[in-house]
Design a protein around this ligand. Structure first.
Ligand SMILES: [Zn+2]
Length: 616
């Protein structure tokens, strides 16, 4: 079990350092958790260890799996997506980012558990189901399946997919509820307030816009009066303030922390965690007339996801399998739930807090906020079918600085993907392999180490790959992509400077030098294919197999292999084939012979159509 290594997981990165000082949790937990239940000691973070940062250097981590040492755990989550509608680009974006981070951590030798899933209870789901003429259960099955299919199309390699309608999840929610109840943090009260059905949340009048409109949904909130169960969030105000003060990296990026601190400072109010009027939910233990509030239910998916079907569905087992999470990735709209409600709930139940909540921004399209009513949404299914997973993943991770808002436009998408993936990387590989085939029977003449002897180029590549690693560790995904692309640029410059094609023509020593130059470029491609694999996994697989590697070798890559020297003399390369086809933009009327006046107008508009990408 990974438990023994979970105590102080300084996994995210050395520069963000040890994220949370466990001693603080320990004291809060004991203070709040009166009827303390038994949990194995190693689920609690030892206060002693908090004094020591056990962050090891990257090379140690990367080599851990090779030396047989137990790999450090890294547990990453996406939100559980609400199944009121099919997956949208925002969910796809979070999941792509989570997948890239998970892949990087696996490459670095960590034992990664990547959790995602769907949030399937609540009033909105019941309404969406009845609008579609199906039962809530059928509706959830369909939408949940749509998520799984999209993740497959986007090459998302998750480890766990939890549905909140899963019986093991229900068992966890009920046990958790009972713990919080046993800790005197749940009470019953009447509540009257303004309710946003879309947020499934009572709102504070101060937060609302004109006509009591919800600032997120821009729809009026409705007055509601209910007899509900409440969670005593206000009790945790001081604890949360202290935790955030002591662990400023708990919420990232840092400006989000300020936001959270100001919410807390303004005073935390108890919130209702049950609904009397919603049938589609998990019944409150000992009160079948009420169901558990959808957020209180869904957040526990992060823990229930850890269970296998064969496991006993209880908190102790689930926690032992990988709690606390190393990283919750979320969109900025659900920050309050993750940085205020969730930690307080965990404190109440005597469980450790996740190590970090990272909040990314929103996407816009052509500079405008997307909306169904505006008809300008980005459809992730459409995008991936048109351009392929590598292009979609690369564009959003490269173009959007992770944490900030980002914009999509088709022109920009095509330009970036063509310039970076088809030209800088794909074309460099293709022309080098072409030259090798023509002049060296597709066989490397020497080891890449020998080929690079005395050349500065090798140092340049090694520096850039280390830069990429640093940025991945720090969740700066865009900068990581940029560093890998710089390696490609350096390779292209090297080719243009040395011009091996003319050296081959000269013969003798010149031809020998040219053959070495090709080894250097192909070694560079090998390194790029590892370093970019978290972002564009399929493209990188194609590069690797062009370099003559087998599927088996590809499945067992490790970041430490980005070190110069992998390619050996005598290694035979595959027949050169494009690894990434350019996306062609064609004018709609390019294929037409005769021109009608209408078409001439169209031509002026320069309306473009995109030809599908055929990935080699
Ligand atoms: Zn709302």
């Amino acid at each position: 079990m990974a438990v023994a290594r979970m105590n102080v997981n300084c996994s995210i990165q050395s520069s963000l350092s040890c994220i949370l000082k466990p001693s603080s949790f320990f004291s809060f937990r004991t203070a709040h958790f009166k009827n303390r239940l038994y949990l194995p000691q190693n689920n609690f973070v030892s206060p002693k260890r908090s004094l020591l940062c056990t962050c090891s250097s990257n090379s140690n981590q990367a080599n851990a799996s090779q030396t047989g040492e137990k790999a450090e755990a890294f547990v990453i989550t996406t939100p559980l997506y609400y199944v009121n509608a099919p997956p949208h680009m925002g969910s796809a974006y979070t999941t792509i980012a989570a997948d890239a981070i998970a892949r990087f951590q696996r490459l670095s030798g960590k034992k990664v558990i990547f959790n995602t899933g769907t949030d399937e209870h609540g009033e909105k789901i019941a309404t969406a189901a009845s609008a579609a003429g199906s039962s809530p259960r059928e509706h959830c099955d369909v939408i949940s399946q749509a998520y799984k299919m999209l993740w497959k199309d986007l090459d998302i390699a998750y480890d766990k997919f939890i549905r909140t309608t899963d019986p093991k999840h229900e068992a966890i929610v009920k046990e958790f509820y009972s713990r919080v109840l046993a800790n005197d943090d749940i009470y019953r009260a009447d509540y009257e307030g303004l309710y946003c059905v879309n947020c499934e949340e009572y709102k504070d009048e101060k937060e609302l816009l004109e006509n009591n409109c919800c600032p997120t949904h821009l729809k009026p909130c409705v007055p509601r009066k209910e007899d509900n169960y409440f969670f005593a969030l206000s009790k945790y105000q001081k604890s949360l303030e202290e935790i955030l003060a002591q662990n400023p990296d708990f919420v990232q990026p840092s400006y989000r922390l300020n936001e959270v601190q100001s919410w807390i400072k303004n005073g935390l109010r108890d919130f209702s965690i049950s609904r009397a009027a919603v049938d589609w939910g998990i019944p409150v233990p000992n009160d079948n007339k009420q169901t558990i509030y959808v957020w209180f239910d869904a957040l526990l998916g992060y823990i229930s996801a850890l269970l296998e079907d064969k496991d006993q569905p209880n908190l102790q087992t689930a926690v032992s399998l990988g709690w606390p999470a190393s990283l919750h990735l979320i969109g900025k709209d659900i920050l309050r739930f993750h940085a205020v409600y969730w930690p307080a709930m965990l404190l109440s139940a005597g469980l450790s807090l996740p190590k970090m909540v990272f909040c990314h921004g929103f996407l816009t399209k052509d500079g405008l906020k997307m909306g169904k009513s505006l008809g300008n949404t980005i459809e992730p299914n459409e995008l991936v079918h048109k351009f392929g997973a590598d292009a979609v993943r690369y564009f959003f991770l490269r173009e959007v600085e992770f944490g900030n808002d980002g914009d999509y436009s088709e022109d920009r998408f095509i330009n970036i993907v063509n310039a970076h993936l088809a030209n800088t990387i794909g074309n460099l590989l293709n022309r080098t392999l072409g030259l090798l085939k023509k002049n060296c029977q597709s066989t490397l003449v020497v080891d890449s180490t020998i080929a690079a002897e005395g050349k500065e180029f090798k140092d340049t590549v090694e520096k850039l790959v280390e830069k990429a690693r640093f940025h991945y560790e720090n969740l700066s995904l865009s900068s990581a992509c940029e560093a890998v692309l710089e390696i490609g640029n350096a390779g292209n410059l090297y080719m243009d400077k040395h011009q091996p094609w003319s050296l081959f023509k000269q013969g003798g020593d010149a031809a020998e030098a040219a053959a070495k130059d090709l080894v250097i470029i192909l070694e560079t491609m090998r390194i790029i294919a590892i370093a970019l694999s978290p972002v564009a996994p399929n493209l990188c697989r194609r590069i690797h197999s062009q370099l003559g590697y087998s599927e088996d070798q590809l499945d067992n890559l490790n970041w430490s292999e980005t070190k110069w020297g992998g390619l050996k003399g005598g290694q035979v390369m595959a027949h050169p084939q494009p690894v990434f086809a350019r996306i062609e933009q064609i004018k709609e009327d390019d294929n037409d012979g005769a021109e009608s006046p209408k078409k001439a107008v169209k031509k002026k508009d320069k309306k473009k159509k995109v030809q599908g990408v055929i990935e080699a």
